[in-house]
Design a protein around this ligand. Structure first.
Ligand SMILES: Cc1cc2nc3c(=O)[nH]c(=O)nc-3n(C[C@H](O)[C@H](O)[C@H](O)COP(=O)(O)O)c2cc1C
Length: 169
């Protein structure tokens, strides 16, 4: 059985890369890991533990990640689940903690998910055009890569340790 699913949802690849780094750390810890776009996850029954991450857009999670939580709530409630989201860009991004959007908080409570991690995001000026740069700047966000890989890897190692203690593989 494949032990851990790492599912991600984003628009420009930044969250996928975080998911891949998390998966690599879990793999290095000896776990069997699959990384999937949340939109491509048909079910979670084959996994002993699940990590789900979404990019934040306008204070919300991506719909693919929300659907994954909704459609698999019962099976997710029977497994350890870790959530993360990625978004904050600009000053303080690395330490800024963002609360779950209310709809995701409800789902997280329903499945008894572990505490959510917030990771800085990546804003590529080439992908944000039109009015959006001004909107983002007015809320203090800046283009750049604010993902703290050391923090992300440390979080993943901690998840790996907890998976090992909670799940007999
Ligand atoms: C239109 C737009 C809206 C955004 N809204 C938020 C937000 O509400 N909160 C936040 O922390 N980051 C926000 N961000 C930053 C993104 O979450 C960040 O760029 C993230 O890394 C994108 O991930 P992705 O490359 O996987 O799509 C926004 C970015 C864009 C372009």
């Amino acid at each position: 059985m494949t032990a851990v699913l790492v599912a991600y949802a984003g628009r420009h690849g930044g969250t996928r890369q975080i998911a891949e780094v998390i998966a690599a750390e879990l793999g290095a810890a000896g776990l069997s890991v699959e990384v999937r776009d949340a939109a491509d996850v048909a079910g979670v029954e084959d996994y002993a533990a699940v990590v789900i991450g979404s990019a934040l857009y306008y204070h919300r999670w991506r719909p693919e990640a929300v659907r994954l939580l909704e459609r698999n709530a019962r099976a997710l409630a029977e497994r350890p689940v870790w959530l993360f989201h990625s978004g904050p860009c600009g000053p303080g991004a690395a330490t800024h903690q963002v609360s779950l959007p209310p709809n995701v908080a409800l789902l997280a409570a329903r499945i008894d998910a572990e505490r959510t991690a917030t990771f800085g995001g990546k804003l590529d000026p080439a992908t944000v055009r039109g009015l959006i740069p001004r909107l983002l700047a007015s809320s203090g966000r800046r283009a750049g890569d604010f993902r703290d890989w050391d923090r992300i890897k440390a979080w993943a190692r901690d998840v790996g340790r907890r998976v090992r203690t909670r799940v007999s593989l």
